[in-house]
Design a protein around this ligand. Structure first.
Ligand SMILES: [Ca+2]
Ligand SMILES: [Ca+2]
Length: 203
């Protein structure tokens, strides 16, 4: 190697060394501005994350507020009594078909009752005459064996069947009544008492 080539080689190596050194000393600059968002603890990513957390917290507070509002008993309607956290009207003066019971509850400003759970079943049943039958908003008119609320069109949240029920006798029992704390299906044109609830719930 002659002296000229040797000098070029030394200069080339020196420049490469400086370039590498700068890379180590200025990592942010070498990342074309992206690295600072990762390396800087006060980066925009962290700010955005904090903003997102704040928004999520605000939404959670709103959801809790809405849930609390929904959980409140609806205003009392004349002729309705409070049972548990809700208001009900228990009709014991005359018996009607299931269809008529639907209409009469709507006329009162409520709807035919949908029992939410066992606790509510027991609370309501304690107010009923033993041996009497009361219509509920439960039917399988649309699809046999699929019991749903007429008011909401959704699956009924709670069922407690009497032994052997539902049995859909003569393939013609599509409406449900409550008797002695248990439920049975029966022909919808049977005449029974009925229970309305004051609130319209979208189950
Ligand atoms: Ca049926
Ligand atoms: Ca039956």
């Amino acid at each position: 190697m002659d002296i000229t080539r040797l000098l070029f080689f030394i200069i080339f190596v020196w420049q490469k060394y400086e370039s590498l050194a700068n890379t180590v000393e200025n990592p942010v600059q070498e990342c074309f501005g992206f690295c600072d968002q990762i390396l800087d603890p006060n980066s925009t990513y962290e700010q955005k994350w904090n903003e997102t957390e704040t928004r999520i917290k605000t939404l959670q507070d709103k959801i809790i507020q809405i849930e609390n509002e929904l959980a409140k008993p609806k205003p009392k309607i004349d002729g309705f009594i409070q049972i548990g956290s809700r208001y009900f009207h228990i009709e014991v003066d005359f018996r009607v078909t299931w269809y008529k019971a639907i209409q009469l509850c709507l006329d009162k400003g409520g709807q035919l009752a949908v029992i939410q759970n066992e606790e509510e079943l027991n609370a309501i049943s304690a107010k009923l005459d033993e041996g009497s039958s009361y219509w509920l908003d439960i039917n399988d008119l649309a699809y046999e064996g699929q019991f749903e609320s007429w008011a909401s069109g959704k699956k009924t949240p709670y069922l407690k069947w009497y032994h052997g029920e539902p049995n859909n006798v003569n393939d013609d029992e599509d409406c449900v009544f409550l008797k002695n704390r248990e439920m049975s299906d029966i022909h919808c044109y049977s005449s029974l008492y009925y229970i309305c609830q004051s609130d319209i719930v979208d189950w």
